[in-house]
Design a binder for this molecule. Structure first.
Ligand SMILES: [Zn+2]
Ligand SMILES: [Zn+2]
Length: 181
């Protein structure tokens, strides 16, 4: 990696994360932290809360969903129920290597954000609870990043994976899973 390590943060999560606690691997066996190229965090709201996020999700299987020419097939928004902060958490049409570094996002239809926003569905745990902790794992595995503007380094990752942990029963569910390069 070039740049300072602090550049390697998905921009929409900058200042909204804390390191995973020692011994707490919310990703289980299915997603390995394979070292140097991996960045992971627990989302922490600017108000300090970590387990008060409500989640809205959608993908291209929904009627009326608008995709891009490349990507634009899944979106997850989160919001802190305590202070109301809304975070545009992940959208494979807008975030990641292909969308930003390759600029595939320029090929999104004009109504992309607004139309899909209206289709997102509230995520509810099987136990009925609707507040979660959110954990992210991103892989900066796209090889040589020489020449990429510093403003795009944070988005130069090849995959984005996130899980939510129910604040009531602790059940884990995947809430984002995308190849972004
Ligand atoms: Zn908050
Ligand atoms: Zn639950």
């Amino acid at each position: 990696m070039n740049g300072s390590n602090s550049d390697f943060v998905p921009p929409q999560l900058r200042d909204l994360c804390e390191p995973l606690a020692d011994g707490d691997n919310p990703f289980g066996d299915c997603v390995a932290d394979d070292g140097n190229n991996t960045w992971s965090c627990r989302v922490k709201c600017s108000c300090g809360e970590t387990d008060t996020f409500t989640i809205r999700m959608g993908n291209s299987s929904l009627d009326g969903w608008v995709s891009g020419k490349f990507g634009g097939d899944q979106r997850t928004d989160i919001q802190c129920e305590d202070c109301g902060l809304a975070i545009p958490f992940f959208d494979d049409g807008l975030h990641g290597y292909n969308a930003v570094v390759c600029d595939d996002r320029r090929l999104l239809p004009a109504e992309y954000r607004e139309r899909n926003a209206s289709l997102l569905k509230d995520f509810t745990c099987d136990c009925g609870n609707r507040t979660f902790s959110v954990f992210v794992l991103v892989r900066y595995d796209c090889g040589d990043l020489e020449g990429i503007p510093i403003s795009q380094i944070g988005d130069s990752y090849g995959s984005f994976y996130a899980v939510a942990r129910c604040s009531s029963c602790q059940k884990m569910e995947s809430i984002a899973d995308a190849e972004t390069a």
